[in-house]
Ligand binder design. Structure first.
Ligand SMILES: Cc1cc2nc3c(=O)[nH]c(=O)nc-3n(C[C@H](O)[C@H](O)[C@H](O)COP(=O)(O)O)c2cc1C
Length: 173
């Protein structure tokens, strides 16, 4: 792909608002996480989701091999969490000072997120400079009706409407 097409694609993607998530897993040396806006749902039967992880990310190999992981849906007051897990701060340990608990299948769930799902890997696809991780959802929880954190035109923003439908109580399939 020429540089013109690459920069054109980046420019076009800026018109597309994306929700911000942090994908987390228990690594060999403690909890690990990566800010991800490429998350989307794929299928209801079976319940599948996907996200893309850059091959040059320090977290790539972990998230392509973890036996289970969580997707944390950030709220609009969690910009610092997004920056932290995007490696935009000097913190060596991204989880240092970040309150979290272990989900029912083990991965870290970050405190104060709007919702979280727990997944196990279903398929892994090669896709240029990224890998596509397709995962089966095994548990879900919704904890707050705060506004979502949205990434749009290289900046954080949120939605005009704050209220979500009443969150379901924790669901484990
Ligand atoms: C809002 C936002 C969304 C991002 N979405 C993705 C994504 O979907 N996939 C990805 O691989 N990196 C994504 N990144 C970049 C990674 O979070 C970041 O580059 C990475 O953590 C830094 O590389 P490192 O893990 O090697 O330190 C995103 C960053 C931000 C700020």
């Amino acid at each position: 792909m020429s540089e013109d097409i690459q920069s054109g694609l980046k420019h076009v993607m800026r018109v597309c608002p994306q929700g911000v998530t942090v994908v987390t897993a228990q690594g060999p040396d403690g909890p690990r996480g990566l800010t991800v806006s490429s998350f989307t749902s794929v299928s209801l039967t079976p319940p599948l989701v996907l996200f893309c992880v850059a091959k040059n990310s320090s977290q790539h190999d972990l998230f392509c091999s973890a036996p289970n992981f969580a997707v944390n849906f950030l709220a609009d007051d969690q910009k610092t969490i997004s920056d932290r897990f995007a490696g935009r701060t000097t913190a060596q340990d991204r989880f240092q000072g970040v309150k979290h608990a272990r989900g029912v299948t083990g991965p870290p769930i970050i405190a104060g997120v709007r919702a979280a799902i727990e997944c196990r890997p279903w398929a892994l696809h090669d896709a240029g400079d990224h890998s596509i991780v397709v995962a089966e959802v095994v548990a879900a929880s919704a904890a707050s009706s705060k506004r979502p954190l949205v990434y749009y035109s290289q900046q954080y923003t949120t939605t005009e409407r704050g209220e979500s439908p009443a969150p379901p109580s924790d669901i484990v399939w």
